[in-house]
Design a protein around this ligand. Structure first.
Ligand code: PGA
Length: 253
């Protein structure tokens, strides 16, 4: 068993999903208000996740009408591959970058749930550049200040499935059967779920300065306990977060 080398993860018990989401959104607001750098490498950088869990955080952020996000960058942790054949169908986006337009893409999800309402400086997704340059891009921005994460029922963070190594950077993954099954609720049939994705790696995520991992629902309780009260193991990728120096984890029913 690998021993934690840093501060232990902080457990917070906000009491309700709404309070949990409000707490994370307030910390993002404080960061954005406090940082306010105008230089590229000194602007607030928020790491975003998709799925059901972070939706409440996005709802809370949208309520913060007095916060100006126009100097803030966002980085999404993952994106599907294969919804559009190898991104060929991408339309040219702003500043020469292309984004997948497919309604099941995570870019589309973020547009629907956040970007339509909040005007960020710019938003980045793995896959829009070469995998090996995504981590350099994050570093050039000064790194992620706050990373939001959910946890998969198999313990994944981003699409880092069980077995992913601690030193992984942004990479292409084959999704496991359990992830494909979990995500089939967003698609008409399980056959429509992409089998591959591109994700920031464990090391990419661990470089974030602060991390909030949220878990909601009884179906997440076992894996939450395994990840943060059990041993650090590649079998439960979220357990690597026990080595992070500023990681808060929250569970609610
Ligand atoms: P969920 O997904 O928020 O939809 O449960 C979390 C994840 O798979 O990371």
């Amino acid at each position: 068993m690998i021993q934690p080398q840093h501060m232990p993860v902080k457990f917070k018990h906000p009491g309700s999903y709404q309070k949990m989401c409000h707490l994370v959104a307030s910390n993002i607001k404080d960061l954005v208000k406090g940082k306010g750098g105008k230089e590229y490498h000194n602007r607030p950088v928020i790491g975003l996740a998709t799925g059901t869990t972070p939706l409440g955080v996005y709802e809370e952020l949208k309520k913060m009408k007095n916060t100006n996000f126009s100097d803030t960058y966002t980085i999404n942790v993952d994106e599907y591959i294969g919804l559009e054949p190898e991104f060929n169908a991408r339309l040219k986006g702003k500043e020469g970058y292309g984004f997948p337009q497919h309604p099941k893409s995570y870019y589309h999800y973020m547009t629907e749930h956040l970007f339509r309402d909040i005007n960020f400086k710019r938003s980045f997704f793995p896959g829009e550049s070469q995998t090996d340059t995504f981590d350099s891009l994050i570093a050039a921005m000064g790194g992620i200040d706050i990373q939001i994460l959910g946890i998969g029922t198999n313990g994944h963070i981003g699409f880092n499935e069980p077995g992913t190594s601690r030193d992984s950077l942004t990479h292409v993954v084959d999704l496991t059967e359990s992830t494909i099954k979990d995500n089939s609720r967003f698609f008409d049939t399980i056959n429509d779920v992409p089998k591959r994705a591109i994700t920031m790696g464990i090391e990419s995520i661990m470089r974030a300065k602060r991390i909030y991992l949220l878990a909601q629902g009884k179906h997440k309780k076992d894996i939450f306990d395994k990840a943060f009260k059990g041993e650090i193991t590649p079998d439960v990728p979220a357990s690597y977060l026990q080595e992070h120096s500023d990681c808060t984890v929250m569970y609610c029913d």
